[in-house]
Design a protein around this ligand. Structure first.
Ligand code: HEM
Length: 509
């Protein structure tokens, strides 16, 4: 009798919950649904549960390519809406009610940093930080990009002499880390005590984000805190914070000292260093200490906020830039004709090996820019991003209640044949030349995402990547035995390859 009652109670519970979910999700029934299994009641759980991040990426890619405008994915009572058409992508990414991030971003653990901040905090900080990436500040970074790129060439030279294949990503990563550290924390940061430990711990913290973000179980804080991953992450974060806290403290003391000195002699600091202020690199940490927050009556940024902003720039800007450039080098190695054209442009502008790369020169590198844009189209390193709507929105006549997840897949967007034509899967930088391809939808090419919450560092990234690529092309001919059709991806936070970026380098005269 008792077991029978128990079974009945369970059945009643399941029926009631299913009915409740059905009512709750009634609004989604008219939207095309991504279905892979016949067991619809399971929703899309089966598509993702127990899969590796790379498998999740492939499943998502398939769903995005199968739907022209939008579709739903269901995980119990939670719906995610995949937005596929450029028109709708633009509408959502620019919509004022769609600038919040879904909860999964919390794994980044930088609550004040732009990438993962909650909407209200993000809005205030983004307004204050936009000015730290203005044209003048970026120009002041060009000598640093130049210097770091020359060191990259020196390191690559040792490899080129052996004519062995090298994993170019390793070399580029060291260079982008140096760039981002010097532009955010100052010139001598990597010479400070504890810098090596800082770099190792930074890597541990970044890897943890990549592992955790696609493991649904590890999103539950109660479970995660008992794992070894958690303990290692906490140790790494504590050590990194100790390193940056000391820098912040030293900076505060330096600013206070300069303030006292300039009070006595206003021209002293410029004259002493012989460099006008506007030409000195405008280091990010100095900017953060100077700008008042934009909310009325606000104080300046606290040490914790400054630290979150600096780490966010490193998290968001380092691996993305390095991987994107390694993808570009590999694509150039696979396409000797394109490489020859890009090299010809570079060789015409950089005729002496020690010639300084200036902003004007970088602007002249038009074909190199097309090469970068095309590599970002075919192999975008940040292909999947999410938003959450804070109020009801209407898409193609469907009412989407507040609080749902909106997903974008730029990898699939960048390969739409209706936008990019029959050669969408081929590497052809010429399609980005001014006179090619007619008018394309402005939201069809989004390697840096788009709208108010798009990448704040995209101009920084373009300048630094162009500098590195120009010097690589000026000094080496790249070749590889890999072909485009051999590429297999590994997806963590960024879209990487499942194997090394193996290229051979031949020194150019
Ligand atoms: C090739 C290099 C880069 C690519 C492809 C890239 C791509 C992106 C994308 C797609 C987003 C949107 C993420 C989302 O919505 O979840 C983003 C955001 C962001 N990126 Fe980049 N990025 C690059 C380099 C950089 C650099 C160099 C920096 C800093 C120096 C940077 C700083 C940021 C920040 C702070 C955000 C968050 C913006 C916000 O939410 O307001 N990125 N990036």
């Amino acid at each position: 009798m008792l077991p029978g009652l128990l079974v009945l109670a369970v059945i009643l519970c399941v029926v009631t919950i299913s009915w409740y979910w059905a009512q709750l999700l009634h609004w989604a029934n008219e939207i095309p649904r991504a279905v892979t299994s016949k067991r619809r009641w399971l929703g899309n759980m089966g598509d993702f549960f127990g899969k590796s991040p790379s498998e999740v990426f492939l499943v998502l890619d398939r769903h995005f390519r199968q739907h022209d405008r939008l579709f739903t994915l269901r995980f119990g009572p939670q719906v995610a809406i995949g937005i596929t058409h450029p028109e709708l992508v633009q509408k959502v990414l620019t919509h004022p009610d769609c600038q919040a991030k879904p909860d999964v971003y919390k794994v980044v653990r930088l609550p004040n940093g732009l990438l993962a901040a909650k909407y209200d905090i993000w809005k205030m900080h983004r307004k204050a930080l936009n000015s730290t990436f203005n044209a003048r500040i970026l120009e002041s970074f060009v000598p640093i990009f130049n210097d770091c790129s020359r060191r990259l060439i020196e390191r690559l030279d040792r490899y080129a002499q052996t004519s062995a294949r090298c994993n170019i990503l390793e070399y580029i990563s060291a260079c982008t880390l140096e760039m981002i550290s010097r532009t955010s924390l100052g010139g001598k940061v990597l010479e400070r005590d504890g810098a090596e430990q800082f770099i190792n711990n930074l890597e541990i913290a970044l890897k943890t984000i990549g592992v955790r973000i696609f493991n649904l179980l590890l999103h539950v804080d109660f479970i995660y805190q008992f794992t070894e991953l958690y303990r290692n992450e906490m140790k790494a974060i504590a050590s990194c914070q100790q390193f940056t806290r000391k820098i912040i403290q030293d900076k505060r003391e330096e600013i206070a000292r300069l303030f006292v000195e300039s009070d006595h002699n206003p021209a002293s600091s410029e004259a002493a260093e012989g460099t006008p202020q506007y030409r000195k690199p405008q280091i990010f940490i100095d900017q953060l200490m100077k700008i008042p927050r934009t909310d009325p009556g606000a104080r300046q940024f606290s040490d914790e906020e400054i630290s979150d902003h600096i780490y966010t720039m490193i998290v968001a800007g380092n691996e993305t830039s390095a991987t994107q450039l390694a993808h570009t080098c590999l694509l150039l190695a696979m396409h000797p004709g394109v490489q020859a054209k890009a090299h010809a442009e570079v060789a015409e502008l950089i005729y002496a090996p020690d010639q300084e790369i200036t902003l004007e020169l970088l602007k002249e590198l038009r074909y190199v820019e097309c090469v970068l844009k095309e590599a970002m189209r075919l192999m975008p390193v940040a292909p999947i991003v999410g938003r959450q709507n804070l109020a009801e929105i209407v898409l193609d006549g469907h009412r989407i209640p507040r609080g749902n997840i909106l997903l974008f897949n730029f990898y699939a967007l960048h390969r739409r044949k209706d936008v990019w034509g029959p050669t969408a899967d081929e590497f052809d930088p010429g399609r980005f030349l001014d006179d090619a391809g007619g008018v394309r939808h402005p939201y069809a090419h989004l390697p840096f995402s788009g709208g108010p919450r798009g990448c704040i560092g995209y101009r920084y990234a373009m300048l630094s990547l162009k500098t590195m690529l120009a010097l690589i092309l000026r000094n080496y001919e790249l070749s590889t035995s890999l072909r485009l059709e051999d590429l297999r991806y590994q997806y963590q936070i960024s879209l990487n390859l499942a194997f090394p970026h193996a290229v051979q380098l031949r020194r150019r005269p």
